[in-house]
Design a protein around this ligand. Structure first.
Ligand code: GLN
Length: 248
């Protein structure tokens, strides 16, 4: 009896120290702050005061794996890279496309999904029927996004670009006929069209992009994130999260 008891006790002691080593409770290593713009459904958006979405869930899974507590900081998309480079946030995740320009100021993890830019127009209006028509149109975009960068190239052709802090404000301007089209990532575009009767997405998609997480240049977290991300891709977690928010 005594032997059994001490065996149980020994096992309990071992478990406790193992839990301590594993960072049980998730907060052993402290918090990691994620900078995002929670107005980009299905990647990050607010639901009942909480920030949910594909990015929020993948970030949580990575932090759980690495033993950190995730804290999400909401800000304008345009402010995310500065938050990361200044150290105010530990990483940025916001349906953010990897670009050479951004790589000059931050490091990116491996990509976790892809996207394409979509053109939203008002039903029954034919000013913009293709990407080429953007060159002579007034186009709404979200400030500092790849949509902004893409259509800004058309300014020399005569395009007028209206830049908004939120995609929803760009779409509102479209429904009010203040802009002829909105260029934004395909999945948020689908959500905006669902929410705004009388708008539609043009068939012709353009600009294929890779989404990734950005971190401070030289951060040792990047390698850890990549390792965790690979495991979450390999065991099907990333796909499961994406499929939960994007129905085929
Ligand atoms: N994918 C686009 C970019 O990186 C838009 C991201 C966003 O608006 N959240 O610029």
């Amino acid at each position: 009896m005594k032997k059994i008891l001490s065996a149980i006790l020994a096992a309990a002691v071992m478990c406790t120290s193992m839990l301590a080593l594993a960072g049980c409770g998730g907060s052993k290593k402290g918090e990691l702050h994620m900078a995002t713009n929670a107005a980009f459904e299905p990647y990050e958006y607010k639901e009942g005061g909480e920030i949910v979405g594909i990015d929020a869930e993948i970030a949580k899974a990575i932090c759980d794996k690495l033993g950190y507590t995730l804290v999400i900081d909401d800000m304008d998309f345009d402010a995310i890279i500065t938050a990361v480079t200044s150290g105010k946030a530990d990483f940025g995740m916001a349906g953010m496309t990897v670009t050479d320009e951004r790589k000059k100021s931050v490091d990116f993890t491996d990509s976790y999904t892809t996207a394409i830019q979509s053109i939203i127009v008002n039903d029954g209006e034919d000013k913009v029927k293709s990407a080429d028509d953007l060159k002579t149109a007034t186009v709404g975009v979200q400030l500092g996004t790849t949509g902004d960068i893409y259509v800004s190239k058309f300014e020399k052709d005569g395009a007028k670009i209206e830049r908004f802090n939120k995609g929803a404000d760009a779409v509102l301007a479209l429904t009010q006929k203040k802009v002829d089209a909105v260029v934004i990532d395909n999945e948020p575009a689908k959500k905006f069209v669902e929410q705004n009767k009388g708008t539609k997405i043009l068939e012709e998609p353009f600009e294929n992009e890779d989404y990734a997480i950005c971190l401070k240049k030289g951060s040792e977290l990047t390698e850890q994130f990549n390792k965790a991300l690979k495991e979450l891709k390999d065991d099907g977690t990333v796909k499961k999260i994406i499929d939960k928010y994007i129905k085929a």
